[in-house]
Design a protein around this ligand. Structure first.
Ligand SMILES: O=C(O)CCC(=O)C(=O)O
Length: 338
C-alpha cells in the first residue's frame, strides 16, 4: 500500500483519490465508477465470513496436493451436464493440447469441448450454474482466501478406449512460480491456479484419465524426463478413481497428466480452472471487458468472470448469492470492515 502511495503520489486528470489504509495519504487510481459498486452490493461488510474446508479436507489437500470430493454434483446436475454434451457432440474438436509423450501414446487424440458458457439455451445453463456453485465456495475460499476468479474458459475432455494421454506436468519449487505454487504460512494455505475436475462418468483405477503424483505440489527438484513420459517409476503416479458426480480439485503445481484411456465406458471430465483475484494464468489476448452476455448471469456468476484486480473486486458471500465489494481484503483473506 505504501508502495502504491509512492507510485501514485499526486492527483492526475481523471483520477479518483482513495485514502491509503496504512498511511492515510490519498492514493490516486484511474477513474472508476464507484457508484456502480452499489449495483449488486450490500455495502462493504461481510455478513457471513467466508465458509472454509473442514479440517479433514485441509489435512488431505495439504498432504496430497489434490482432494476428491465425493458426490459433489447431484445425479440431476450430472444428467443436465451430460444431456448438454450429448446435444452438442458435433462441437467436439481434437484436443489442441496434444503431448502424448513416451508411454502416454495412444491411437487418437482426446476429444475437447469449450465455449459451453455460450452454448444455446438451455444447454449453457448447467455450466453457468457451476461458476458460483455453493459447494465450491469452501474450497476456493480456503485455497485462495476470499476473492477468486475463473481463470479461463471451462473445457471438457472426453475419450474412448485407445485415446492418448498427456505427459506429466506441474511445477516443482526449484524456481518460485507464483502462477503454480503451494504455500502454507500463518495458518493459511495459498495456491496459484487450481483445477476443479467434475467427473460426468465413472473412472475406475486403471481406466486412465486424470493422474497425479500425490504430494508433488511441495516437490523441490526438477522432474526427470522419463517420469514425465510415464516410462519409469510408474508407481509414483495415481489414477484417481471416481464416480460420476465426484469432483477432484488439484493444484496446477501438483504434477499431473492424463493416462491413456483403456475403459469401455467413455471418459467425460469437465474442467473449471480458478485463480486468486490478482492472477491470470492462461495466455492469449488480455481482455478486461465482460462478455456481452454477462447480463444473463446472476451477480455472483458475473463476479467470477471479472478480470484480476484487488480493490473492490466482488466477493461472494457464503449463501453463494450475495455480493460484497470490500475496499480491501487482508492478506489472510479476512475483510476489512468499513
Ligand atoms: O486429463 C486430465 O484430467 C489432465 C488434464 C490436463 O492436465 C490438461 O489438459 O492440461
Amino acid at each position: 500500500m505504501l508502495a502504491l502511495c509512492l507510485l501514485f503520489p499526486a492527483p492526475k486528470l481523471g483520477c479518483t483519490p482513495n485514502p491509503c489504509t496504512l498511511c492515510l495519504a490519498n492514493v490516486y487510481f484511474p477513474e472508476i465508477d464507484y457508484a456502480a459498486f452499489t449495483k449488486f452490493g450490500t455495502g462493504w461488510t461481510s455478513k457471513f465470513g467466508g465458509i472454509k474446508m473442514n479440517e479433514r479436507e485441509k489435512f488431505m489437500y495439504d498432504l496430497q496436493g489434490f482432494l476428491k470430493v465425493e458426490n459433489f454434483l447431484t445425479p440431476e446436475e450430472v444428467q443436465a451436464l451430460n444431456d448438454a454434451f450429448d446435444a452438442n457432440w458435433d462441437k467436439a474438436i481434437p484436443d489442441p493440447n496434444s503431448h502424448p509423450d513416451g508411454d502416454m501414446a495412444g491411437d487418437l487424440p482426446r476429444d475437447f469441448f469449450s465455449g459451453m458458457l455460450t452454448w444455446d439455451k438451455p444447454w449453457c445453463q448447467p455450466f453457468r450454474d457451476l461458476l458460483a456453485h455453493p459447494k465450491l465456495l469452501p474450497y476456493l475460499n480456503t485455497m485462495f482466501g476470499r476473492g477468486w476468479k475463473m481463470d479461463h474458459a471451462p473445457f471438457m475432455l472426453a475419450a474412448t478406449a485407445g485415446t492418448e494421454g498427456l505427459r506429466l506436468h506441474g511445477s516443482t519449487s526449484r524456481v518460485f512460480d507464483g502462477t503454480q505454487h503451494y504455500s502454507y504460512a500463518n495458518g493459511q494455505m495459498r495456491c496459484g491456479m487450481i483445477v476443479c475436475q467434475f467427473q460426468l462418468a465413472d473412472v475406475n483405477q486403471g481406466d486412465g484419465g486424470l493422474c497425479v503424483i500425490p504430494g508433488s505440489h511441495k516437490a523441490n527438484f526438477p522432474m526427470p524426463e522419463d517420469i514425465a513420459r510415464y516410462e519409469k517409476d510408474r508407481e509414483l503416479v495415481y489414477n484417481v478413481p471416481c464416480k460420476a458426480g465426484d469432483m477432484v480439485i488439484f493444484n496446477e503445481a501438483t504434477i499431473h497428466g492424463t493416462l491413456p484411456w483403456r475403459a469401455k465406458q467413455q471418459r467425460r471430465s469437465l474442467l473449471y480452472r480458478f485463480s486468486p483475484n490478482y492472477l491470470h494464468f492462461a495466455g492469449g489476448v488480455y481482455e478486461t471487458s465482460m462478455p456481452d452476455w454477462v447480463d444473463e448471469l446472476t451477480p455472483a456468476q458475473q463476479a467470477v468472470l471479472e478480470p484480476p484486480y484487488i480493490y473492490d473486486r466482488p466477493i461472494i458471500e457464503d449463501d453463494s448469492v450475495t455480493i460484497i465489494r470490500p475496499k480491501r481484503v487482508r492478506p489472510d483473506g479476512t475483510i476489512r470492515e468499513e
